[in-house]
Unconditional design. Sequence first.
Length: 111
Amino acid sequence: MLLQDVAVDHLRKDKKISDLPLEEQLNISDAKDTEKEFFKEEQKAELYSAMKRLNPDYYQVLYLMYFEDLDASDIAKIMHKAKRQVSDLIFRARKSLKNELERKGFVYERY
């Protein structure tokens, strides 16, 4: 039995969930998820674009930290800098990115 069939059977048995027909419940859920995914992807694109406008060191440190999931020690080795320099660089890069995003009118929403 498919997972969708199990979910449909459960919804049919439990009348307390909603007065909406099952088909409408599935469509509402899909529309909301699609909209959320669209906005997430738009935000990612805006974020990446803003990062590319930063000082190259700022871009590199943020990319390594958030996209490569590296810690300050590993980033320091890659960038040939002291760990303290990388920590300062991360602080300045975040501040610069925030300013760049605000300048472009970026609005961050959690999903």
